[in-house]
Design a protein around this ligand. Structure first.
Ligand code: GLU
Length: 308
């Protein structure tokens, strides 16, 4: 990588590219609280495995975890329960939207992958703890562990907004229950809503994603967060299933594993090099941030990040 001044100049460039693309999107409305986000916000943060930290624009504007949380809940569940967890679901790209229900009927309730809502709700139900608050508390403390001891609080407004409107996710959980994959659908879905409502920002998200880029070892503390094989699951599933039904296009344009969420964040992982968060609440037709997609494509070209 070039020196710090070059990276900072490049980030400014990527920010402008992101800002220009933000106008092409719209904030998510189906969770009413998310509709209040400012569509003009754009921020980028980078954490490198060798200690570099860079940020530009609205990198400290808070947003909620949403679907990006699915990577971290799966990390904790793999660590607690081992890879057998994956016997309950497939690990294939769905080609469907994140909240799709169609294949559950065709495939006897078996989620297509851990990052589609059905799979993620199943994983949430397996988080350690006796109830949704305790389960998400275990996730929050895991985030502190990989995030320099920071506190990660739940945004109650977003949580209540999801509880009030999340009928489709409840339907998914009930489907899983019907097919015997979940014991307590109510608890699993409430845990899922709560983990999606954890508040963070681009700087923090890049930091907690750093172990993913470093084969399961936190390069700051030197601690092994996850077994190498489990980390491979998380990151390869990001590459296959991390961008909803836009994952193929993202592989062409950016070419690294990533996970996006409807609050407008995309966490991208460049193995052995860095984690990058690009954030902008305005979403395109497939539910991905238009600003983040454009900024990441720009960074990928300029820093030669694509694995392909
Ligand atoms: N809480 C959101 C939902 O399930 C997360 C969706 C997403 O970020 O893709 O509807």
């Amino acid at each position: 990588m070039s020196d710090d001044t070059d990276i900072e100049a490049l980030l400014e460039e990527a920010l402008e590219v992101g800002r220009a693309a933000a106008g092409a999107g719209e904030v998510a409305h189906y969770i009413p609280e998310l509709a209040k986000s400012d569509p003009s916000h754009v921020g980028i943060a980078i954490a490198t495995v060798d200690g570099g930290r860079y940020e530009v624009g609205d990198a400290r504007v808070p947003f909620t975890f949403q679907s990006v949380s699915k990577v971290f809940s799966l990390a904790l569940v793999l660590r607690e329960h081992g890879p057998e967890v994956l016997d309950e679901m497939a690990c294939e790209p769905s080609g469907d939207a994140f909240h799709s229900i169609v294949r559950l009927e065709e495939e006897q309730g078996r989620p297509r992958n851990p990052y589609i809502n059905a799979g993620a709700i199943l994983v949430s139900g397996l988080l350690p703890g006796g109830d949704p608050v305790a389960k998400v508390a275990s996730l929050q403390s895991f985030l502190g562990e990989v995030g320099d001891g920071a506190e990660f609080r739940v945004d109650d407004e977003v949580f209540n907004s999801e509880v009030e409107t999340g009928y489709r996710n409840r339907a998914l959980a009930n489907y899983l229950r019907h097919f015997g994959l979940l014991d307590d659908p109510q608890q699993a879905v409430e845990t899922y809503f709560r983990q999606c409502s954890i508040s963070l920002d681009a700087v923090r998200l890049a930091r907690i994603g750093l172990f993913l880029a470093n084969r399961g070892v936190d390069p700051v503390s030197g601690e092994t967060v996850l077994a190498r094989a489990d980390n491979r699951v998380l990151v390869s599933q990001m590459a296959m299933c991390g961008l909803y039904d836009d994952v193929g296009r993202f592989a062409i344009d950016v070419g690294v594993p990533a996970k996006s969420g409807v609050s407008g964040a995309i966490l991208a992982v460049v193995p052995d090099r860095m984690s990058i968060t690009a954030f902008g609440p305005a979403l395109g037709p497939k539910g991905n941030s238009t600003a983040a997609l454009a900024a990441l494509a720009h960074l990928s070209r300029r820093l030669d990040l694509s694995l392909y």
